[in-house]
Ligand binder design. Structure first.
Ligand SMILES: NC(=O)C1=CN([C@@H]2O[C@H](COP(=O)(O)OP(=O)(O)OC[C@H]3O[C@@H](n4cnc5c(N)ncnc54)[C@H](OP(=O)(O)O)[C@@H]3O)[C@@H](O)[C@H]2O)C=CC1
Ligand SMILES: O=C1O[C@H](COP(=O)(O)O)[C@@H](O)[C@H](O)[C@H]1O
Length: 522
């Protein structure tokens, strides 16, 4: 879903761009990049003269290219249907190798041609490519498509390296070709609505400021769950594993925004300075603070195990699930465990942040549950605060209740933009605040590299868990060991909105999942 542009902002980037999507034949391009560009186009965030050129090695005729880039575009309204042919008029495709100058010169000719008609003076290169070709492509672009006086932007997808050394090497090689100002390292979680909301929740509400520290908060849980397995991405995934795929980037970015100090301003460098600072207070993750898992066939035998994927090497020990506890050794957070958990082929799809407060001192009441602030990143965006209340009626019985800001009911008329729309727009507007800076990356890899090396040496065995289950046995004990206290009272998060009812109605299987989802769950 995308949001209509306020009038003043329509197609209003400082420069008029030509956009080149490298790797246009791939999965990311079809699922995210082109749908996001269409979202921006139809809502008039993209100047109507912005040409988009797809580039990859695969030979594709016009019809195949159009089929590929429109496969995941959802046409919900008549306006959407009317906008699509106009969008496609701006899109074209050019095949070529990633290291052949002649092919990049052909691309240059095409760019010059479209720029003659559009008057564009800026170029955005989106690298929707596997990391193995980042440098050959960046080198070819620099040599053949980098013009003095033309504004150049380069969006680079994660993973940015495999560990500290390879990330530094990549940074060095990329840095020799493009300046830090020109590079936009994308982490699409930074474009998600609820992740972007974190700074406002924290720094625009006086009620949270005084409790946002070790004196009041007992532990923080950041959870990413996916129902799908590697599904066709096994080759890529096996090389990286779940920690490099999700935890070291998406979950760590969330942690940073939860834990950092207030920036001096909302300027990109001020925000990123604070993010780097908090990362530097985190020591490398200890072996005893990690739990790994790998999924096996589903209990009914219908869904394949990780090792059944033909692109996964036999006997692979790559984790598809990981839980890790990080500590921040500064005055605000000393002693507070930040538990990051992520996994594929689990019982449900959700990403959420759960901030659990300390026990109430004294024994005035019994059967108390801890306060929790839950920030539901996806699906069904919400912020709710679990709190104790008097059960209505005679007597003084306590009951867990909540202050519930479910977006589907509170912001009923709003549509939530896709993360990629938001980030591509930021790059067109030259706003780096939601992109990863080189020193931020360095600090992140310092936290993860030692444990990743231990895992790569196969010193931690992943615990098997069935496809569709809640993860490896031991997760509940792991989070309990790191501070999380389950309440004895059952708690249900009520979702009142029609939207969520509708979503549930559409998918009976989904409904069952949804019900489980309502309970406090790992
Ligand atoms: N897919 C996703 O959901 C997400 C992907 N990403 C990141 O985005 C980037 C692209 O991902 P994705 O689209 O899934 O990747 P793909 O595997 O689909 O690769 C994209 C394109 O790159 C070319 N390519 C693939 N393998 C190689 C190779 N070994 N050497 C040279 N070219 C190759 C292919 O194009 P051709 O053969 O036509 O040249 C392919 O269509 C990656 O860095 C990934 O980590 C990030 C978040 C989510
Ligand atoms: O970067 C990645 O993220 C996706 C999950 O993204 P989401 O926006 O659907 O939550 C994950 O599936 C993929 O493995 C990973 O590379």
């Amino acid at each position: 879903m995308s949001t209509p542009a306020p009038k003043a902002a329509q197609g209003d980037a400082k420069h008029l761009y030509t956009i080149v999507v490298l790797g246009a034949s791939g999965d990311l391009a079809k699922k995210k990049t082109f749908p996001a560009l269409f979202g921006l186009f139809k809502n008039q965030y993209l100047n109507r003269k912005t040409h988009i050129i797809g580039y990859a090695r695969t030979k594709m005729d016009r019809a195949t290219f159009e089929g590929h880039i429109t496969k995941y575009i959802k046409l919900k309204t008549n306006e959407d249907k009317a906008a699509l042919p106009k969008f496609l008029e701006l899109c074209s495709y050019q095949d070529g190798q990633y290291d052949r100058d002649a092919d990049f010169q052909n691309l240059e000719k095409r760019m010059v041609e479209v720029e003659k008609s559009s008057g564009a003076t800026a170029r955005l290169f989106y690298m929707a490519l596997p990391p193995s070709v980042f440098i050959p492509v960046a080198t070819s672009l620099k040599k053949n498509n980098y013009k003095k006086g033309v504004v150049i932007r380069l969006i680079v997808e994660k993973p940015f390296g495999m560990d500290l050394e390879s990330s530094r090497q990549l940074a060095k090689e990329l840095g020799a070709l493009f300046s830090e100002d020109e590079i936009y390292r994308i982490d699409h979680y930074l474009g998600k609505e609820m992740v972007k909301n974190l700074m406002i929740l924290r720094f625009a509400n006086v009620i949270f400021g005084s409790v946002w520290n070790r004196h009041s908060i007992d532990n923080v849980q950041i959870t990413f769950k996916e129902k799908i397995g590697t599904e066709g991405r096994g080759g890529y995934f096996d090389e990286f594993g779940i920690i490099r795929d999700v935890m070291q980037n998406h979950l760590l970015q969330i942690l940073t925004l939860i834990a950092m100090e207030s920036p001096v301003s909302l300027q990109a460098e001020d925000v990123r300075d604070e993010k780097v600072k908090v990362l530097r207070f985190i020591p490398p993750i200890a072996k005893e603070d990690v739990l790994l898992g790998q999924y096996t066939k589903s209990a009914d035998g219908k869904e394949p195990g990780y090792l059944d994927d033909k692109t996964v090497p036999a006997g692979s020990k790559t984790p598809t699930y990981a839980a890790a506890t990080l500590y921040i050794h500064n005055e605000r957070w000393s002693g507070v465990p930040f538990v990051l958990k992520c996994g594929k082929a689990l019982d449900q799809q959700k990403t959420e942040i759960r901030i659990q407060f300390r026990d109430i001192p004294g024994n005035l009441f019994s059967n108390l549950a801890r306060n929790e602030i839950v920030i539901r990143v996806q699906p069904n965006e919400a912020v709710y605060v679990k709190m104790m209340n008097k059960e209505p009626g005679l007597g003084m019985k306590t009951i867990i209740s909540d202050l519930d800001l479910s977006y589907s009911s509170r912001f009923n008329d709003s549509v939530i933009p896709e993360a990629y729309e938001s980030l591509i727009l930021d790059s067109l507007n030259e706003d780096h605040s939601n992109f990863v800076r080189d020193d931020e990356l360095d600090a992140a890899w310092k936290i993860f590299t030692p444990i990743l090396k231990t895992i790569d040496r196969r010193e931690i065995d992943p615990v098997p868990y069935a496809y569709g289950s809640r993860g490896p046995a031991g997760v509940t004990d792991f989070v309990a060991k790191h501070g999380y206290k389950r309440s004895e009272q059952e708690y249900v998060w009520p979702q009142h909105s029609e939207a969520s009812k509708e979503a549930k109605g559409q998918d009976q299987k989904g409904e069952k999942e949804q019900k489980k989802d309502l309970k406090t769950d790992h």
